[in-house]
Design a protein around this ligand. Structure first.
Ligand code: DQA
Length: 147
């Protein structure tokens, strides 16, 4: 059974109460449960984590090499600032999907650019928590396509 790391960045621990008009009312725990259900259906094992710290995300991406077959990452605000996350994703060269609950391109101008997008296979944004479920389908397709 393949293991997939699902990594979540800063302030996502506050989902449920954080700007619910943008991010919805599901908590991160709810999203984790949704992912676990989907993973069972896809015969995948998930390792679902959240941190508010950029370096911890870098450590976890590095850890994924060897421990996981693929990565789903919501880098939250670090999407728009982090060369370190870009470099870590490039370094591990694993199938990787960037997920956002909201549609950053339709929001403030500073959210228009993602440093992560050019280091992942694809981006899913604007579908709320469902984006994580779509991400699991996408990562399954990517893993199957790898020689
Ligand atoms: C987010 C979008 C980011 O712009 C923002 O900083 C977040 C959450 C999303 O899931 O929509 O914290 O990644």
């Amino acid at each position: 059974m393949h293991t997939i790391f699902i990594l979540n960045g800063p302030n996502l621990n506050l989902l449920g109460t954080r700007e619910p008009h943008i991010y919805g009312t599901m908590t991160l725990k709810d999203i984790q449960e949704l992912c676990e259900k989907k993973a069972t259906a896809l015969n995948l094992q998930i390792d679902f984590r959240q941190t508010n710290h950029e370096g911890v995300l870098v450590d976890w991406i590095q850890e994924a090499k060897g421990a996981a077959k693929g990565l789903i990452l919501n880098p939250a605000a670090y999407t728009h600032t982090s060369v370190a996350l870009h470099d870590a994703l490039k370094a591990v060269d694993l199938p990787a999907i960037e997920v956002h609950l909201s549609q950053p391109a339709a929001r403030e101008a500073f959210r228009a650019h993602s440093y992560v997008a050019s280091a992942v296979n694809g981006t899913i944004s604007g579908f709320g928590a469902e984006g994580y479920v779509l991400g699991l389908d996408a990562i399954t397709t990517l893993i199957a396509a790898r020689p």
